[in-house]
Design a protein around this ligand. Sequence first.
Ligand code: NDP
Length: 263
Amino acid sequence: MVLSKPNDAPVQKLFDLTGKVVAITGGGRGIGLAVATAYAEAGAKIAILYRTTTNAPNTAENLASKYQTQARAYQADVTVPKEISAAIDQIVKDFGKMDVIVANAGICSEHAAQEYTPEEFQEIMDVNVNGAFYTAQAAARVFKRQGFGNVVFTASVSATLVNTPQRQAAYNASKAGVLQLAKSLAVEWVDFCRVNCVSPGYTQTQIMEYASKDVLDKWLGQIPARRFASPYELKGVYLFCASDASSYMTGSNLVVDGGFTLP
Ligand code: NDP
């Protein structure tokens, strides 16, 4: 579905991804895996991009047999433009096209800002901002050729909010970068693809493992829902972004955080 054409599909069709090809970075675990599962359940063919998750190829096979769709895994480090670009070209070769890219890979670290080494700070920026850009850029080359496409970025509540106790200057800055990147690309690429962000709140995945029990308790106290999200609770919002149900949405940021960012 291209933005220039109105979408009047019946509601039963709006979330149906049958025939669509969806690729997702960081798809081997955590939020990415939950989202890949949602897309497979909705009928899409799935390309799981991973860097080190060794069970990603098995995961793809399991999705394929469970949801009777095609699913494959592709290894690529998002910080290496040649790798992500080659993987996306291979996906298009294997599946014949690509409808959606979810630029979801990300890392976090916790440090007093004055103690970051240039390398540590750079690594966060490399994965979260540069990697997201290289992923979207490689996909956009395909989308421009095809005349259609859809980019979904994983930003974060940290893109707009600094909570306490908080020692994540690099992560926050990187996710603010993702948000602004998404808005810029939404305008620049409006003729051939939509670009949106999902901003999850605290979600129980490996990325949260660095936080101490004390810190986790403090965060919990700040969430009106009084619990963290399961990654599977993000399936709906990512499905919405990837599907024709959001056909007129571009440049938006959808926050799913149990009320955490409410004033
Ligand atoms: P996980 O740590 O479980 O997953 C991170 C994913 O990123 C992994 O699949 C990992 O792949 C991938 N990744 C990291 N570095 C690279 C790289 N250089 N190249 C390719 N892939 C890479 O955490 P989440 O699932 O929670 O994180 C997914 C996204 O959600 C991230 O962008 C994160 O910032 C964001 N987010 C998470 C929140 C949370 O509370 N969990 C809240 C808000 C946003 P591999 O394992 O194969 O190396």
